[in-house]
Design a protein around this ligand. Structure first.
Ligand code: NCD
Length: 326
């Protein structure tokens, strides 16, 4: 794997491999000293053109726990405000020779474009409405921890699918892992033809009780250029996941940030069915696994035998895979 641009690039085996590695890294997060030397001397550049709390902090933490050097770049306060283009910014920052660039932008396809402009491994941390593959991986990880297997589970993704990069990545990832996915929301917020991804579509929540997992999406006001629903009150009346709609056996997920009182009622956010905090926690270990997969092995430019550094990487791999020392 050279880049992580889309879940489409990952088959089930690749997803399983990342999840298994994340499980090994979860042990590191429980240690007193939460660090391993796996990416010592590597550089990770976080390039964020959009607001982010969870994704950005967990990528930073993930890189640091692997002992990589981290440079955080936010478009606001940078030369982007003086009109510098994405390409020029990437080429400028490439002078620092990052091994990986974690990129979030409001533009669909930007991560793929950037992967053609520089030699770093690109991780798509959200490109407009298109994809958010690490979110899907951490959601798979969270469900696997909770349920053991996802095969055969019924997952309902409810809300503003039209503006959601999470929805697209998650439909693909959940299906790859054997789940049956249903998309539900108002017709204006369900993209036409989404069934082609293999999911079912519902415009009401009448059959929601059949779901094992309810995955709610945020109303993405920042991507709405017109009125897509009559009002938030009306949206909530029809589609809000609340105590009346969520049953005790269902698991509730949300990528965050939550608009309490819109897509979720406060009571379900704080209910035992909600695994929203577990999703955030999973973000660190899954992103560690992604960075490790991209940087610790396959991208070595020279044969392993020529490079002493590779031997240390291999030793660290076995430490991580076996019984890690404190
Ligand atoms: C999501 C995003 O930015 O795509 N959040 C996240 O990364 N956890 C979803 C959202 O903003 O609603």
């Amino acid at each position: 794997m050279n880049h992580l641009l889309s879940i489409e690039d990952l088959d089930r085996e690749a997803i399983e491999r990342i999840i298994a590695q994340a499980e090994r890294f979860s042990e590191v997060s429980d240690r007193e000293i939460k660090k391993v030397p796996a990416l010592r001397g590597r550089m990770v550049l976080n390039l964020f053109y959009e607001a982010s709390t969870r994704t950005r902090s967990s990528f930073e933490l993930a890189a640091k726990r692997l002992s990589a050097d981290v440079v955080n770049f936010a478009a606001s306060g940078s030369s982007v405000e003086k009109g510098e283009s994405l390409k020029d910014t990437v080429l400028t920052l490439s002078a620092h020779k990052p091994d990986a660039i974690v990129l979030r932008t409001p533009w669909a396809g930007a991560a793929e474009l950037v992967s053609k402009w520089c030699s770093a491994a690109i991780v798509n941390a959200g490109d407009g409405k298109h994809e958010h593959p690490t979110q899907a991986l951490l959601d798979v990880y969270t469900l696997r921890r909770r349920l053991g297997q996802i095969d055969g589970a019924s997952i309902w993704i409810v809300g503003d699918v039209a503006h959601s990069r999470v929805a697209r990545s998650n439909v693909l990832a959940f299906q790859r892992m054997g789940a049956k996915v249903t998309i539900a929301g108002p017709p204006t917020l369900i993209p036409r033809g989404i069934e082609q991804l293999g999911c079912e579509v519902r415009y009401t929540l009448d059959e929601l009780p059949s779901a094992d997992i309810v995955y709610a999406l945020r109303m993405q006001h920042e991507r709405m250029s017109e009125t897509w629903v009559p009002s938030m009150r009306e949206y909530a009346a029809w589609y809000q996941i609340n105590a009346r709609r969520l049953t005790a056996r269902q698991i509730l997920m949300h990528p965050g940030p939550v608009n309490r009182g819109v897509e979720l009622s406060g009571e379900v956010v704080d209910s035992p069915q909600a695994v929203i905090t577990a999703q955030v926690e999973a973000g660190v270990v899954v992103r560690m696994a992604v960075l490790y997969e991209l940087l610790a092995g396959a991208r070595e430019p020279r044969p392993a035998a020529d490079r002493p550094a590779d031997r240390s990487t291999m030793a660290e791999t076995s430490v991580l895979g076996g019984s890690p020392s404190r």
